[in-house]
Design a protein around this ligand. Structure first.
Ligand code: DQA
Length: 149
């Protein structure tokens, strides 16, 4: 069975209480449950992980190669700073869908630049927790050939 990893970066463990006006009221546990439901609907397996540490996220991308066919990545603030995460994606050649709850293009200028975007198959942002479902659909479409990318 196809398996994908949904990987979350720094501060996303605080979802639900962290700036709900920006990131919504869903907790990371709510989002995980929603992702698992979506995966079941699509007939795939999904791993789900979160870390506040950049190096741990690099390790998880490396390890994903052994078990997963692709990654949905919300890298949080590391999106805007991490050459290491960009290089990990390039090194593993895993297809990655970049995801953000908020519309990073409509916020502070520094959030408009993403180190992930040039090595991702696409980016979904601005749709809150629903974006996770959209990203899973896009990744699975890419992997099974039914999508356009
Ligand atoms: C985020 C956007 C980032 O700019 C921010 O640092 C986050 C969350 C989002 O999901 O909207 O931590 O990735």
């Amino acid at each position: 069975m196809m398996s994908i990893l949904i990987l979350n970066g720094p501060n996303l463990n605080l979802l639900g209480t962290r700036q709900p006006e920006v990131y919504g009221h869903a907790t990371l546990a709510d989002i995980e449950a929603m992702c698992r439901e979506k995966a079941a609907t699509l007939g795939i397996e999904a791993g789900f992980a979160q870390s506040n540490s950049e190096g741990r996220l690099v390790d998880l991308i490396h390890e994903a190669r052994e078990r997963h066919s692709g990654v949905v990545l919300n890298a949080g603030a590391y999106t805007h700073t991490s050459v290491a995460l960009m290089d990990a994606i390039t090194a593993t050649q895993l297809p990655v869908v970049e995801l953000h709850l908020s519309n990073i293009h409509a916020r502070e200028e520094f959030r408009r630049h993403s180190y992930i975007a040039p090595v991702a198959i696409g980016q979904i942002c601005g749709f809150g927790a629903a974006g996770y479902g959209l990203a899973i659909e896009a990744l699975v479409g890419h992997l099974d050939g039914s999508g356009t990318t």
